[in-house]
Design a protein around this ligand. Structure first.
Ligand SMILES: NC(=O)c1ccc[n+]([C@@H]2O[C@H](COP(=O)([O-])OP(=O)(O)OC[C@H]3O[C@@H](n4cnc5c(N)ncnc54)[C@H](OP(=O)(O)O)[C@@H]3O)[C@@H](O)[C@H]2O)c1
Length: 241
């Protein structure tokens, strides 16, 4: 059977392009979208290109929405091989200094960017464990690299989006912790930075195309058995933590 990939936040942007590229490689793709209409419209675009795509209403901040995933996967596909944790929000672009961050902004950001990633992963992990080559790709960002934040000559050290940066650093921690869990011997878990891609999240600083942004996540989703596990990559190269 063709492998199956679930991509969260796949109705637009990098998530939709990841689904597109995986679909072109023969994967059956499940597009998670918090709007049924937007998810359905995105699935139709892929289907028109001959890709096996289905959408599911999935809000990663809502437990009852996530809880519907196992039945959906079991009844429609019978397996899951790849999870792309792509859905995220950026509420504090050019935000205040870290010490002035609104705690509610921090909480809301973590609800989507961290707890969403954790809960979706925990929910579909049994399927990935049954796959001969389960792959989890967590969309992170180089602006969450503590090494770069502390490097005065790095342009990344000038970025001030404290809630977003902290949430993605937490996602990176989840990546390494899950990657080394002994029960997950056939699963690879990696973080991917897509680079500065022109999307609704990054309309001002975006330089790269969607195709370029999706490249590293798709590479990590399709790694061979001897590929890396527990790493953080941008342009297929390691990013310092
Ligand atoms: N663009 C960049 O330069 C850049 C750089 C580094 C990392 N990233 C990361 O790459 C990933 C994709 O970003 P993007 O630029 O493609 O962003 P985007 O265009 O803003 O798309 C974000 C997607 O996430 C969805 N989403 C947000 N909250 C959600 C929720 N609670 N439940 C389910 N879906 C939700 C959005 O759905 P709606 O359409 O319903 O809002 C949308 O489909 C993110 O993890 C982002 O942090 C992006």
């Amino acid at each position: 059977m063709k492998p199956v990939a679930l991509i969260t936040g796949a109705n637009k942007g990098i998530g939709l392009e990841i689904a597109h590229q995986l679909g072109k490689r023969g994967y059956r793709v499940i597009l998670g979208a918090r709007s049924t209409e937007r998810g359905g419209a995105a699935a139709k675009v892929l289907q028109a290109e001959g890709i096996e795509a289905e959408s599911i209403e999935l809000d990663v901040t809502k437990a009852e929405s996530i809880a519907k995933l196992p039945d959906f996967i079991r009844s429609k596909f019978g397996q899951l091989d790849v999870l792309i944790n792509n859905a995220a929000i950026l509420l504090d672009n050019d935000g205040p200094p870290p010490s002035a961050t609104d705690p509610q902004v921090l909480r809301d950001t973590f609800e989507t960017n961290f707890f969403g990633v954790f809960t979706v992963t925990q929910t579909v992990l049994p399927f990935l464990c049954q796959s001969p080559a389960g792959r989890i790709v967590n969309l992170s960002s180089s602006v969450a690299s503590s090494t770069s934040i502390l490097d005065p000559v790095s342009p990344l050290s000038e970025v001030i989006s404290p809630a977003y940066q902290a949430s993605k650093t937490a996602v990176n921690a989840l990546t390494v912790l899950l990657a080394k869990e002994p029960a997950h011997t056939t699963i690879k878990v990696n973080s991917a930075c897509p680079g500065p891609v022109k999307t609704d999240q990054n309309p001002k600083r975006g330089l790269l195309s969607l195709e370029e942004g999706a490249d590293t996540p798709v590479w990590l989703a399709t790694l061979p058995a001897d590929g890396p596990n527990g790493g953080f990559f941008n342009s297929r190269k390691p990013v310092p933590w």
